[in-house]
Design a binder for this molecule. Structure first.
Ligand code: ATP
Ligand code: MG
Length: 179
């Protein structure tokens, strides 16, 4: 692999199968009304910090940053369905951003910035994208969303952009502290 190749990477929460199945089901239901393209089940995730293109030799720094983060595990509740008309995205979201999640996202973003990685300045919005190109003007089917996600680790992911939607590869996983 050539050393100068760029890797498009981000830190994320990646649900295990049972949680991913529940998000997938919510996407399936919403798709009936809003149409668009469903995110494939194995690609469902929550972005903690988007980094973008980095050269291969900087990946070790990212692994170092992740290893330096020592924070407790936490639980999330996804209880909101949200369609962003401008971007045609349909999300599952959490009405309460748990302090554990905020702490983790903040720690990663601050350390990335301190190490001169490019990060996002826009405020952190905890969400899982379920549909692209959604027709947000349509009414959602009745019913509440309630997905409980016990978060026990976070991951570094490489994204490969393809016409049919990004392919993701988990590069490494870091556990959160469980007492
Ligand atoms: P595609 O770009 O083909 O639609 P994608 O957005 O899923 O696919 P990426 O663009 O590689 O794939 O993004 C990976 C993750 O990071 C996604 O969750 C995406 O929403 C998020 N992301 C992408 N760009 C940014 C950005 N500039 N700021 C914050 N998050 C971003
Ligand atoms: Mg994108």
């Amino acid at each position: 692999m050539p050393q100068d190749r760029q890797h498009r990477v981000f830190f994320a929460l990646w649900p295990e199968d049972e949680v991913a199945r529940q998000f997938d089901e919510a996407g399936h239901l919403a798709h009936r009304s809003l149409g668009g393209r469903r995110m494939r089940r194995e690609t469902l995730h929550l972005t903690l910090a988007f980094i973008g293109d980095v050269p291969a030799e900087r990946l070790a720094e990212l692994r170092g940053i992740a290893s330096s983060v020592r924070l407790p595990a936490f639980d999330l509740l996804f209880d909101r369905r949200h369609c962003l008309a401008r971007r045609k995205l349909f999300w599952a979201a959490a009405s309460i951003v748990s302090p554990g999640l905020r702490e983790l996202a903040t720690a990663l973003n601050e350390r990335l910035k301190a190490a001169d990685f490019r990060t996002e300045d826009r405020p952190f919005a905890a969400h899982v994208t379920l549909l692209r190109h959604a027709r947000c003007d349509k009414a959602l089917p009745a019913g509440d969303l309630r997905i409980e996600w016990p978060v026990r680790d976070f991951v570094l992911v490489e994204s490969e952009l393809r016409p049919e939607g990004a392919g993701y590869r988990v590069l490494q996983r870091w556990p959160l502290d469980q007492t």
